[in-house]
Design a protein around this ligand. Structure first.
Ligand code: GLU
Length: 374
């Protein structure tokens, strides 16, 4: 089954974690980078396109700055990323050059991808680079972001990149062999799970919230990334990145690491962007009737179904839609601002103009802009 799936892959996003790229002292490990670039070159020669999401800037900068510990303050992290990013790119250039390939750098922020126009610009750039046979290497633009507006980690970024780059597969290179049924560091009986069909809550719980000392994401963020990519119809394979030959083995369809299959048909790219790239700016609580219409009938959200609105947001913002139990069940782009919705709540669409003095639409969220969340 894996082999069949892997045969269809034309474009893969390879996410490489800091732990994979660095040695025990925290410096860039050129032998690993060389090996990974050799594998990337082989994939390209077989006609598969590769987009890399690479961490390692902060780690590389740290050793350049002579810091013994992982930088703690945000400005220190940003300074480390600024000096490390150029080292990181040089390492990729040097490792790709003997194979006749070139690297290109793309530094993105969550605000960039939150703008549909910039998102599409990034997509066009990636397409063009791939057309030239260049390997795009993407990282977060750490120097300009602070915690609140970060992607969170590069696992999350790589899942978004499967949509930006319209890839068929996400390959996550990390420092463990895959997903285990328990923490292999603490439990010697832990066994590797080779296949995950649908990510359940138990699985998410089992993945826990561990974070390693070098990269930012733990197993939980890998599982979250696989889930996000899955909603884009994209499978994810999690493998131990330092292991020689592992990329080729995974791409051949060998039973290595953990394969996460998408549980359902993917959302279209724009809906995936609404649900997983935009940051919600507020929440709209609706009654049970409206919840049913949205989930079961795929209808738009009308003002009559709205009970409450929270958050200051403008027309066009992404908002969470919650049921009477307070749980989010959908996300969408609002046709009205938060202040406007609070005046329209519970009223009929035909009353909108009387209440506001103008009318943008008959609905609060149009179904084309609404995504029911799993
Ligand atoms: N952008 C960070 C770096 O390059 C890494 C973030 C992460 O690994 O999640 O150092």
């Amino acid at each position: 089954m894996r082999r069949e799936l892997l045969k269809t892959v034309k474009r893969v996003v390879i996410k490489i974690g800091s732990r994979v790229l660095t040695d025990d002292d925290g410096a860039l490990d050129m032998s690993v980078i060389g090996r990974i670039c050799g594998d990337i070159a082989l994939l390209r020669e077989r006609g598969q396109q590769v987009v890399v999401v690479s961490s390692g800037a902060i780690a590389a900068g740290r050793s350049e700055l002579g810091l013994t510990d992982r930088p703690k303050t945000i400005p220190q992290k940003q300074a480390s990323a600024a000096i490390g990013q150029t080292r990181l790119m040089r390492a990729y250039e040097e490792a790709l050059a003997p194979h006749g390939f070139k690297a290109a750098q793309l530094l993105l922020t969550s605000e960039d991808l939150g703008s549909r126009q910039r998102f599409l610009n990034a997509r066009a750039t990636i397409d063009t680079l791939l057309g030239f046979g260049v390997i795009p290497i993407i990282n977060e633009n750490d120097t300009v972001v602070v915690e609140e507006i970060k992607f969170g980690d590069n696992d999350n970024l790589s899942a978004m990149v499967t949509n930006v780059a319209e890839s068929d597969l996400l390959l996550i290179l990390t420092d463990v062999e895959g997903l285990f049924n328990a923490d292999p560091g603490r439990n010697p009986d832990a066994v590797l799970i080779p296949l995950v069909q649908g990510i359940t809550r138990e699985l998410e719980r089992a993945a826990g919230g561990s974070a390693s000392g070098v990269g930012t994401g733990g197993m939980a963020s890998k599982v979250a990334a696989a889930k996000k990519a899955g909603r884009n119809g994209v499978a994810t394979i999690l493998i131990a990145g330092k292991c020689p030959g592992i990329i080729a083995a995974a791409m051949r369809g060998d039973e290595v690491g953990t394969l996460f299959l998408p549980s359902e048909a993917g959302l279209n790219g724009r809906k995936h962007w609404i649900a997983y790239t935009l940051k919600p700016a507020g929440r709209v609580t609706v009654d049970e009737g409206a919840r049913n219409m949205l989930i079961r009938k795929g209808k738009s959200l009308l003002p009559s179904g709205v009970v409450e609105v929270e958050g200051r947001f403008e027309r066009g913002a992404c908002v969470r839609v919650c049921g009477p139990d307070g749980k989010e069940f959908a996300r969408g782009l609002s046709d009205y601002s938060g202040a406007e919705i609070s005046r329209l709540a519970g009223h009929k669409s035909s009353e909108i103009e009387d209440i506001l003095g103008y009318r943008y639409a008959d609905v609060i969220i149009h179904r084309d802009n609404l995504v029911v969340m799993p």
